[in-house]
Design a protein around this ligand. Sequence first.
Ligand code: ADP
Ligand code: MG
Length: 138
Amino acid sequence: MERTLSIIKPDATARNITGLINSMIEAAGLRIIAQRRIFLTQQQAEEFYAEHKDKSFFSGMIQQMISGPVVVQVLEGEDAIATYRKIMGSTNPAVAEEGTIRKTYALSIGQNSVHGSDSPEAARREISFFFNHTEIVG
Ligand code: ADP
Ligand code: MG
């Protein structure tokens, strides 16, 4: 069993498709064991995405992430990190695989509907960024 951190991004909450995305998560065998709808502050978004701070898209991406509510969630399952990355699809929805969340729902690379941790170290850091032990109910 493994855990990963998911974020349903503002482009998706704006279109009222958090339930549709949760259905795809559950259909893949992942369990949503913690979930909260919040507004990220700019400081939180910049800290969360600190690894990208030198990228050209950083400031636009931060503005996108604070443009509306997000749903932060902990997903649990077998190979949860890789399983979720697989059903998310490629960062750029134009080249994402058929049937993935991003192919189905993302609008563009900057409005790509979901985030998922990319390694066990990232998952640990990202889960503890948003949730404490009592909020995770596996
Ligand atoms: P992923 O979310 O697939 O792990 P990255 O970690 O590389 O992708 O990038 C983080 C987020 O930054 C992406 O999900 C996307 O929203 C945004 N992003 C990445 N590359 C670009 C780009 N070239 N132009 C605009 N936004 C981008
Ligand atoms: Mg990433």
